[in-house]
Design a protein around this ligand. Structure first.
Ligand code: ADP
Ligand code: MG
Length: 271
């Protein structure tokens, strides 16, 4: 009797492995004992196992998507201090976190000076998209251009573009510097054009719209690409001061206060 049980357990585990059900494999004996003790019927037992597998599978997929997106750092909206950036449209950011723009294949442009939280917000939005099952890839524009040029030289461009075409969301961080070569610029603008109405894009840039064609190139190709990008897009603008700068200034101020306190030995200031 014992022998039969062992054989069937071994076989069961083998089958579960072959069927790629690792959570059921790991949990089946424990859940079986619990269900027996609680008088749960066989279908109830099966249901519990399937639920465990599904939850775990979703979590594993979410982790894979997050890894595949290659975020430079993880940022959340909870970690964003809207008080420090009052010009920013908080209502729109909150709305975008619901990710409906992705189903409409709309894009988002984050405008503002360095340090105003553009990359932070782009990452938070894109991480939320990942959480909701979307395929995302984060690229710094400069790195994307290099990668495109390399792919072209190695005759891998079509394959790379096919990978990009599978995405739901492409993040282009730091658009604003002209790619060093004409080919690089053409490849970049081709990616943006191809994505039009198929893949959502989040762009961060410190370049005001008025300067786009002037800086990025006013040729027909560039003009048409930027026209596509800005069509059906949500614009978030941060006109405030750099968060990094403010933070540094505060720390400096605190640093400057300390020696004064020491000199006075903590005595209240006389004035
Ligand atoms: P940008 O991309 O606009 O140059 P970043 O998003 O890289 O700016 O922000 C610089 C740093 O300051 C990051 O570490 C970011 O998390 C932080 N930061 C910027 N703005 C805020 C904010 N309003 N609240 C919290 N952290 C912020
Ligand atoms: Mg940035």
């Amino acid at each position: 009797m014992k022998k039969t049980e062992t054989t069937s357990t071994v076989l069961l585990k083998h089958h579960l492995k072959a069927l790629r059900l690792p959570t059921i494999l790991g949990e089946c004996e424990k859940v079986a004992h619990r269900c027996a003790a609680e008088n749960v019927d066989l279908l109830g037992f099966l249901l519990q196992l399937c639920e465990l597998e599904l939850v775990d599978r979703e979590q594993r997929a979410a982790e894979r998507r997050l890894k595949a997106a290659r975020f430079p750092t993880f940022k959340t909206l909870e970690g964003f201090n809207f008080g420090a950036q009052p010009s920013l449209n908080k209502v729109l950011v909150t709305e975008l976190m619901r990710c409906a723009y992705l189903d409409q294949r709309e894009s988002v442009i984050l405008l503002g000076n360095p340090g105003t939280g553009k990359t932070h917000l782009a990452t938070a939005l894109a991480m939320e998209a990942c959480r909701r099952g979307k395929r995302v890839r984060f690229w710094r524009v400069i790195e994307l251009v290099t990668h495109l040029m390399e792919a072209r030289e190695e005759r891998n461009l079509l394959r790379f573009k096919a990978q990009l075409a599978k995405l739901d969301l492409l993040v282009l961080d730091e658009l604003g510097y002209v790619p060093t070569s004409k080919v690089g610029a053409e490849l970049l603008f081709d990616v943006i054009s191809t994505a039009y109405e198929r893949t959502s894009i989040i762009v961060t840039t410190n370049l005001p719209f008025e300067q786009w064609t002037e800086v990025l190139g006013s040729e027909r190709l560039v003009g048409a690409t930027l026209d596509r990008l800005t069509h059906r897009c949500h614009i978030l603008e941060a006109t405030g001061e750099s968060y990094r700068l403010k933070d540094a200034k505060q720390r400096q101020r605190r640093g400057a206060e300390k020696p004064t306190e020491n000199r006075k030995g903590g005595a209240p200031e006389e004035e």
